[in-house]
Structure formats: structure tokens, C-alpha cells
Write a protein that binds this ligand. Structure first.
Ligand SMILES: *Cc1c(COP(=O)(O)O)cnc(C)c1O
Length: 224
């Protein structure tokens, strides 16, 4: 191993240890590897991370092939075009970005066809953000009846991404409202809505305090 390599591994391990030490053990850390190399992913794996997040179906395929010797749980976190849904279902163990009814319906058919059912999170958007997709609360409540018919889907929770530039108080408010929405869904019979994928490098501490069960951290682990 070259010296540069081992130095990178060490930095990545230190960052992961610092993050892990700051969150409860039951919170799942997804290391977002979309901008990094397979070498850095191996370093994070060596430091104990088993969950990795990618945002592009095709690009991630190459990494997944190269890392097939590792026992990785792959999370699709980026927005998903319908024509990539089939590959996403085949390649990923979790999909965090089910953000519209038409995509959910499409996945329901594909899952039956492929015979593989990843865990799915419904992406919600409880603060205005034209650059992000996702259901608002009222939109999601309106679509519940249709979603309920999609028997092949393994929907296990909600995911949200904050708009840029919120204060800590505003961020906490959006995360807390996401937690409340999950509780509301459970009270409506959606007992399987247990997971909350919330928080990235800039805001995961706030998200965890609000009740996140999964955080998605890229830069704070892999920045060079
Ligand atoms: C890129 C990305 C992340 C990670 O963001 P960082 O700021 O690098 O931690 C998390 N979630 C989603 C949906 C992303 O696209």
C-alpha cells in the first residue's frame, strides 16, 4: 500500500469514528460515496461502514461490480427516472427516493417482474424547494389509497432533503414535521413506516436529535 493510500484510509477512518461517536448506535450511517473512488469506499468499509449511498444508477454499477467481494448494503438516494427504475431495483437494497405515485406504480410492476423487492422510502418535501422533488403532506395523504394497492412494494419509511440555507431552528422544524408525518401515517394504518432517512453532512446532528434513524453523509467522510 502506498503512503498516500494509507493516509487517506486513516483520515476516512477517523472521520467515521468521530461521526459514529456523536450519534446513537442504532442510527444507521449511510456513507454517500457518489463522488468518491472505490479505494475510498474500501477504506470506509475497513472502518466498519456497511451501508453506502449512490445517486446515479449507471455510475454506481461499475463501483458495485468492482466491490462485489465486499458485503455492502447499497442505497439509491438520488432522484430516479422511470427508465432507470428496473436497474435500480436490481442493483440496490434500498431506494430512498420514491418521490411520486407514477414511480411507485412502475416499481410495483417491475418488482414482480424481477422478483426482487428492495426496501423503499417515500421522499417527502415539507418545506418549499423548487429544486427538490417529493410529496408534500397533503399530496401524500391524497395518494395513500393508490399506494396501498401496490402490494409488491416494501415501503419502510420516509426520506427528506432540506432546502439549502435554513437556520438550525428551521431545519429542526422540517425534520420534526417529517417525524410527525411518519407518526400520522402509522396512526392511519401504515405501521411499516418506521425508518426516517434525514440529515446530511451539514445537518445530521439536528436530524438525529429530531428522530432520524438513517443519516446520509458524504462530504464529512470523503472530502479530499
Ligand atoms: C449527496 C447527497 C447526500 C450527501 O450529502 P453531503 O452533504 O455530501 O453529506 C445525502 N443525501 C442525498 C440525497 C444526496 O444527494
Amino acid at each position: 500500500m502506498s503512503e498516500v493510500k494509507s493516509e487517506l484510509s486513516q483520515i476516512i477512518a477517523e472521520r467515521i469514528n468521530r461521526i459514529r461517536a456523536s450519534i446513537p448506535p442504532e442510527v444507521k450511517l449511510v456513507a454517500v460515496s457518489k463522488y468518491t473512488t472505490t479505494e475510498a469506499i474500501r477504506a470506509a468499509y475497513a472502518a466498519g461502514v456497511r451501508d453506502f449511498g449512490e445517486s446515479r444508477v449507471q455510475e454506481s454499477k461499475l463501483k458495485q461490480i468492482e466491490l462485489a467481494d465486499l458485503d455492502i448494503t447499497w442505497h439509491m438516494i438520488g432522484s430516479l427516472q422511470s427508465n432507470k427504475a428496473k436497474s435500480a431495483i436490481a442493483q440496490f437494497d434500498w431506494i430512498h427516493s420514491i418521490d411520486r405515485l407514477s414511480l411507485a406504480e412502475h416499481c410495483d410492476r417491475l418488482i414482480l417482474e424481477i422478483g426482487k423487492s428492495p426496501k423503499l422510502l417515500l421522499q417527502v418535501k415539507l418545506a418549499d424547494d423548487p429544486s427538490k422533488s417529493g410529496w408534500s403532506e397533503s399530496e401524500l395523504l391524497a395518494d395513500l389509497e393508490q399506494l396501498k394497492k401496490l402490494q409488491n412494494l416494501q415501503i419502510v419509511g420516509l426520506m427528506t432533503i432540506l432546502p439549502l440555507g435554513l437556520s438550525e431552528t428551521q431545519a429542526d422544524d422540517v425534520f420534526s414535521r417529517t417525524v410527525e408525518l411518519a407518526a400520522k401515517l402509522r396512526s392511519l394504518g401504515w405501521q411499516n413506516i418506521q425508518e426516517l432517512s434525514m440529515g446530511m453532512s451539514a445537518d445530521y446532528a439536528i436530524a438525529v436529535k429530531a428522530g432520524a434513524s438513517i443519516i446520509r453523509v458524504g462530504n464529512q467522510i470523503f472530502a479530499t
